[in-house]
Design a protein. Structure first.
Length: 282
């Protein structure tokens, strides 16, 4: 058997890159359901070019459907309006699953000031880059590709355009944007890892509108430890068990009032706590 990485999944056909660099078109054995194999998976291929075994995974993301992720580029743009609650959940997912997050703020040519505003919220939380495929600024992103990387974000934020700009050709179909409903029309159907050199991959993935909170697999009292901006103030809270959702004797709440912590990030945190608490009731 030969070991390789699954680069592309389309219907029942899988493209697998073997460890010697050779790429094979494979099918999966019946004992491996097609929905059980994800792009990024390490698999074993037999002499008949059949995938016969799945290797152990580092992590997995259902939407976008990629396994063994090393880095996630969370793409936002001035248009469509960013869903920063989902961005915060994706950052939390990265922290829990040992994934390096990069907040990629695209389409700076549309509203650079707004892009800088988003950057100001996240630059202390994660690596941030402001780019546009209209100029060479997207090259900043290319330098950050290392291991298996995914572009994740709402439809029409420009993920496929970024792929095309980085590859220098039209390899991915570009999303369109509906002004009427202010959201993107999904165009990406096939998930594929594009190669940018040895052990450097970038996945073009279907856009997401949400990340189910249940996938975070966190207890309510664990969430606060994944908000680095809380840490320096939390030690001054009266109670060690403080969830930072009540003004009374809470140094984090005070920091929010004084503008030392992003009001929007904090409101997203409170919303997440409420959702997780409601999930625990069932």
């Amino acid at each position: 058997m030969n070991r390789g990485r699954l680069l592309k999944k389309q219907a029942t056909i899988f493209s697998v890159e073997l460890e010697d660099g050779k790429i094979l078109e494979c099918v999966a054995r019946k004992n491996l359901k097609k929905d059980g194999l994800f792009v990024g998976d390490f698999v074993f291929v037999d002499e008949y070019n059949s995938i016969c075994k799945l290797d152990k995974r580092k992590n997995i993301l259902i939407r976008p459907p990629v396994a063994n992720i090393d880095k996630m580029f969370i793409v936002v743009a001035p248009i469509p309006k960013p869903d920063l609650y989902t961005v915060d959940k994706m950052l939390l997912f990265c922290a829990v699953n040992d994934i390096v997050p990069v907040v990629c703020i695209n389409k700076k040519d549309l509203d650079e000031q707004y892009c800088k505003k988003i950057e100001s919220v996240y630059k202390k939380i994660a690596k941030t880059v402001i780019i546009s495929t209209k100029d060479s600024s997207f090259e900043k992103l290319k330098k950050l590709i290392d291991g298996v990387c995914v572009l994740a974000g709402q439809s029409a934020v420009g993920k496929s355009s970024i792929i095309n700009a980085l590859k220098g050709s039209e390899v991915a179909k570009v999303d369109t944007f509906s002004k009427k409903v202010e959201r993107g029309k999904q165009t990406t159907r096939t998930v594929e890892l594009y190669q940018f050199g040895q052990n450097r991959y970038l996945a073009d993935t279907a856009g997401f509108s949400k990340l189910d909170e249940s996938l975070l697999n966190l207890e309510v009292n664990e969430v606060k430890s994944y908000y680095p901006e809380f840490l320096e103030f939390a030690q001054n809270c009266k109670y060690k068990s403080c969830l930072h959702t009540n003004d009374r004797d809470c140094a984090v709440c005070e920091a929010v009032k004084n503008g030392k912590i992003s009001q929007e990030r904090y409101q997203n945190y409170k919303k997440l706590i409420e959702v997780l608490q409601s999930l625990k009731k069932f």
